[in-house]
Design a protein around this ligand. Structure first.
Ligand code: HEM
Length: 507
């Protein structure tokens, strides 16, 4: 059926658009909140800034211009306070059709998915999974050694985004599907990182304007290369069938936890059970995020010699040999290491933008939602921009400086508490990150092992500038391109094997 835009329809359409704009500007329950006027009339504003990958910068600038609460969509409010972060964390619902634990709006569905996923990434589960994780980290370390000892100056320089992404994806593929992705050593599946980045961005744009979701299949297939999409689906099918061919309990992974819930007899098409979506979700949730945090930390260490020295000293005195570097009291006792990880996640949160929350439908009859003293009308989405909150001077003095000490400031208990209260990298509450234990274990092991075997510095000249952008003070900031998770490049580093300890890597 064709619809022809006759002058009659055109004038009806203009009239409708005009009426909506007037309503949203003059009569809407959020009419008194400040913000860019275009954001007040259309969600296309959100689409536009999401496509530009700079939502975190734009939102911070909007806060500086309009104040602590801004209207950033016809039905959207963004807050810049720790109080709002805490008060809004439980009022969660998702916009999209539920495909996994993260976007399950229904509370019961979310709870049951969260139980399964939570069991897989819990601290207890990590104790069983750690040897697999360590095996992958050791490959990473050996490859760094090869680069460090290469006589060729060009291969001396290591782009950490590439190396760490491969490492983190190899780790999550084993936890999600019990599958050896082996992207550190083989080329075959490296395309998945870029494909997922594109997919995440499309989902992110759809989240701004749900009607765009109708176009998703075309966007996926057309704009972002149909061939890649097909390769991706083939890869997922291969991982699932490979896992199904093995004994359930022979591998400690998500499947060993969810197997009872998947009825392979009645699932007519391989991978058709919704629960496999949880495994796929591990790639962006656990692969992209950890790699962003780690790259940011190495970036800031390479530019802050005092912090670097302090951290190196802590690691090199806490352990007497490399085998001791494993999960447990000694590693968690490295408090400066934890402070460095948190400080990198503060400056460069892997999910840097606003995480939208909406009062669940079932709760609409009950008490109104009040956030930071504001009564939130039903149907309003609220968010706190993590990047903006993490750079709010009220909570983090000198917010653009890399200062791990702020997390340890024992002499100033209030300052330390204040910082913890406004730390939103993992979000909060029942919808907060399920994989925190895994994220800290993986990040701690990678950094501790790296500093045990090597010293490192930024590459010279323009290569050392890759992945850098000037921050509000003009200093180097690790550049995040916000596609819901973050895309990035660099830092380019040069490694120097330390003492004789590296020789054991050649055994
Ligand atoms: C530094 C690393 C990480 C950061 C900064 C991070 C951050 C977050 C954030 C902010 C959320 C909430 C998203 C929202 O509300 O929209 C989240 C959710 C989630 N994360 Fe992480 N994450 C990290 C690592 C991991 C890892 C290693 C896993 C394991 C696979 C994981 C699994 C999940 C899951 C399953 C959810 C959804 C939870 C739910 O909705 O109930 N994350 N993460």
């Amino acid at each position: 059926m064709y619809i022809t835009l006759t002058p009659h329809y055109a004038s009806l359409l203009t009239c409708k658009v005009f009426t909506i704009c007037v309503y949203r500007l003059v009569f809407h329950p959020l009419k008194d909140y400040p913000g860019p006027w275009i954001a007040k009339v259309t969600d296309l504003y959100g689409v536009f800034i999401a496509l530009g990958t700079k939502e975190h910068f734009v939102t911070r600038e909007n806060h500086l211009k309009y104040g602590p609460v801004i209207r950033q969509g016809p039905n959207r409010l963004v807050f810049n306070s720790a109080k709002a972060l805490h008060e809004s964390s439980e009022a969660t619902a998702r916009l999209a059709r539920a495909t996994n634990v993260w976007n399950a709006a229904d509370k019961r569905l979310h709870r049951s998915r969260r139980r399964l996923v939570g069991e897989t990434v819990s601290e207890r589960s990590m104790r069983r999974f750690e040897p697999v994780m360590t095996e992958q980290i050791d490959i990473f370390i050996k490859q760094i050694l090869d680069s460090a000892r290469s006589p060729n100056v060009e291969t001396n320089i290591v782009n950490m985004t590439h190396r760490i992404k491969r490492l983190s994806f190899d780790i999550v593929s084993r936890l999600a599907f019990g599958y050896p992705l082996d992207s550190q050593t083989k080329q075959t599946y490296r395309f998945i990182m870029e494909a997922l980045n594109a997919g995440t961005q499309i989902n992110y744009v759809s989240l701004q304007l749900p009607s765009i979701a109708l176009l998703q299949p075309f966007l996926f297939a057309g704009i972002f290369n149909y061939g890649r999409l097909r390769d991706y689906h083939e890869m997922v099918t291969k991982m699932i069938s490979s896992r199904l061919s093995k004994d359930v309990k022979s591998i400690h992974d998500l499947y060993s936890v969810i197997a009872n819930e998947i009825d392979t007899e009645t699932d007519d098409e391989i991978g058709s059970n919704d629960l496999w979506a949880e495994a796929v979700f591990f790639f962006p949730a656990g692969g992209d995020t950890v790699s962003t945090g780690l790259c940011a930390l190495l970036f800031y260490l390479s530019r802050n010699p005092e912090s670097y020295e302090k951290l190196a000293k802590e690691i090199r005195t806490a352990f007497t040999n490399a085998d001791e570097i494993q999960g447990g009291q000694k590693l968690t006792g490295c408090r400066y290491l934890r402070a460095c990880i948190d400080e990198a996640l503060r400056l460069s949160p892997p999910l840097a933008g606003a995480l939208w929350r909406e009062l669940p439908v079932s709760d609409k009859e009950t008490e109104p939602l009040i956030v930071d003293g504001h009564v939130i009308p039903p149907g309003t989405q609220i968010g706190v921009s993590t990047y903006t909150l993490h750079h709010n001077e009220d909570y983090f003095p000198d917010p653009f400086a890399f200062q791990p000490e702020r997390w340890l400031a024992l002499e100033d208990e209030t300052e330390r508490k204040q910082a913890h209260n406004a730390f939103a990298a993992f979000s909060l509450g029942s919808r907060g990150c399920a994989g925190k234990a895994m994220a800290y274990l993986e990040s701690s092991l990678v950094v501790a092992k790296t500093l045990w075997y090597f010293d490192f510095e930024s590459a010279p000249g323009s290569l050392g500038k890759v992945g850098t952008t000037p921050n509000a003070t003009g200093a180097d900031e690790f550049q995040l391109l916000n596609v819901f998770t973050s895309s990035h490049d660099g830092p380019n580093l040069i490694f120097h094997p330390r003492g004789d300890s590296w020789r054991e890597l050649q055994a």
